[in-house]
Design a protein around this ligand. Structure first.
Ligand SMILES: Cc1cc2nc3c(=O)[nH]c(=O)nc-3n(C[C@H](O)[C@H](O)[C@H](O)COP(=O)(O)OP(=O)(O)OC[C@H]3O[C@@H](n4cnc5c(N)ncnc54)[C@H](O)[C@@H]3O)c2cc1C
Length: 424
């Protein structure tokens, strides 16, 4: 049997694409390696980013649904929500930069990803998607007029055939690797991440997400204390690498770092982990009959809301391709316009990423102290918050030039850095 479309991966991108394509009348097969997608095993903070115009969209959370007014679709969601109204960057000496909106609206909103995915799966099944869980995709081959997908189910080899294929199998996509579609991408680094669920963190404010920045905290990457959906339980997000393992960072952060006092009575009640291969994005995310969507094609991550948008547009793109229209090209245009990481500009975000260890802990204390009294506009996004931070610092340029001229030199050097430099 030949399907119109096979989708590898039932994350938010794959599920949304499957629902949209089946609702448009296509015969769809959705393959997923896990048995139950409503159990979230892969580390994810599970919050919607509420930055204005984030990914060229302004999502709205309405009773029973998440609305995407710019892209023109919605997704059902009836689960719990929890608002975060402030992002805070803290230096080693406890100097803080705050990001919040003057009117108190949230910078991010927590949701239950498992429920969201389960709701989407139900929608897929209602629309007639054939769903094969517990099926690991191992490779794909594009034969020009059709595609084969090879996998393993219950210890046995399986293969399926379709006219078109969506690679929606996430940031470490096996589909793309097997097709050689990652060959032109730069692989910057492989990050190891653990999110610890903690009870009993002292002075924990469930409306604030706090980023700890400085070598004293034991990590190059910020260690993030994030509220969970469940009031008094906090999530501690630790990102490391083979050289600087997340469990070692966790020990240093909670036992000896400047914030250790808050964790004296804390207890780990759960953890999720993941590996993230950081590639440059695929500016043209398709080849032949295969379109890569969501994290599979991204620089690090599109976030859940971006993945849903990818799935929505991918379903339309495949339907158009099957009508002999250039749906993949239209998708590519949308993809390039919507995600900041696709612009050459974004690859010069060194300032934001290079805070640690480019600047010493003492220098970060000094810079954060300049901004401590006046909160910056609300922000959560990985591009907006660093930009606001550095714009804020730039407003104190004369003072810095008078007091710390060597920092002005350092700023000039760092704006010349590329993203690759910051990872090296
Ligand atoms: C530490 C961390 C924190 C994050 N926090 C947030 C957050 O707060 N908010 C937010 O919106 N996003 C967050 N994200 C990002 C978010 O998880 C992703 O951007 C989003 O889930 C991408 O969706 P996707 O459908 O493209 O891929 P995924 O969600 O990765 O889905 C891919 C699917 O494919 C399946 N799969 C993978 N390989 C195979 C295979 N070989 N065969 C069959 N199936 C396969 C997987 O099991 C999975 O179901 C975070 C990510 C990390 C790492």
């Amino acid at each position: 049997m030949q399907y119109d479309l096979i989708i590898n991966g039932a994350g938010p991108a794959g599920l949304m694409a499957a629902a949209g394509a089946a609702e448009a009348g296509l015969q769809v097969l959705l393959l997923e390696k896990f048995e139950d997608i409503s159990i979230i095993r892969r580390a994810c903070c599970q919050q919607f980013v509420m930055d204005e115009n984030y990914e060229h969209e302004n999502i709205a959370l309405e009773p029973g649904r998440v609305v995407f007014p710019v892209n023109g679709f919605e997704v059902a969601y009836n689960g719990p929500l929890h608002a975060i109204t402030e992002t805070r960057f803290a230096s080693a000496a406890g100097r803080t930069v705050r990001f919040r909106y003057a009117d108190g609206r949230p910078v991010a909103i927590k949701f239950d990803k498992g429920l969201l995915l389960a709701g989407l799966l139900e929608r897929c099944l209602r629309a007639g998607v054939e769903y094969r869980n517990a099926t690991l995709v191992t490779a794909a081959v594009d034969h020009g007029d059709h595609v084969y997908v090879h996998g393993v189910h219950d210890g046995k080899a399986v293969e399926f055939r379709a006219a078109k294929l969506l690679a929606a199998d996430g940031v470490n996509s096996r589909t793309l690797a097997s097709l050689g579609m990652n060959e032109a991408r730069t692989h910057f680094a492989t990050a190891l991440c653990i999110i610890y669920e903690l009870e009993g963190v002292r002075d924990f404010d469930p409306a604030v997400m706090q980023w700890h920045m400085g070598m004293a905290y034991g990590s190059y990457a910020p260690v993030i204390l994030d509220p969970s959906l469940h009031g008094s339980i906090a999530d501690l997000v630790v990102m490391g690498s083979d050289q600087q393992r997340p469990d070692q960072i966790f020990e240093a952060f909670t036992r000896t770092g400047p914030a250790a006092g808050r964790f004296k009575s804390a207890r780990v009640i759960g953890r999720t982990a993941c590996t993230v291969k950081a590639f440059t994005s695929l500016p043209v995310p398709w080849r032949g009959n295969v379109l890569a969507i969501g994290d599979a094609a991204a620089y690090v991550e599109v976030e859940v809301q971006g993945a849903l948008m990818c799935g929505y547009h991918a379903a339309r793109a495949v339907a158009a391709e099957l009508q002999r229209q250039s749906g993949f090209e239209a998708y590519t245009q949308w993809w390039q316009d919507s995600f900041e990481f696709n612009s050459p500009e974004a690859l010069r975000v060194a300032q934001g990423y290079a805070l640690v260890p480019t600047y010493t802990d003492e220098e970060i204390d000094y810079l954060f102290a300049l901004l401590e009294g006046s909160p910056l506009d609300g922000a959560y996004g990985q591009y907006k918050a660093p930009r606001l931070l550095w714009d804020g610092i730039a407003r104190h340029r004369e003072k810095i030039a008078a007091e710390r001229p060597e920092l002005i030199e350092k700023f000039a050097q760092n704006t010349q850095m590329t993203l690759a430099d910051t990872f090296s």
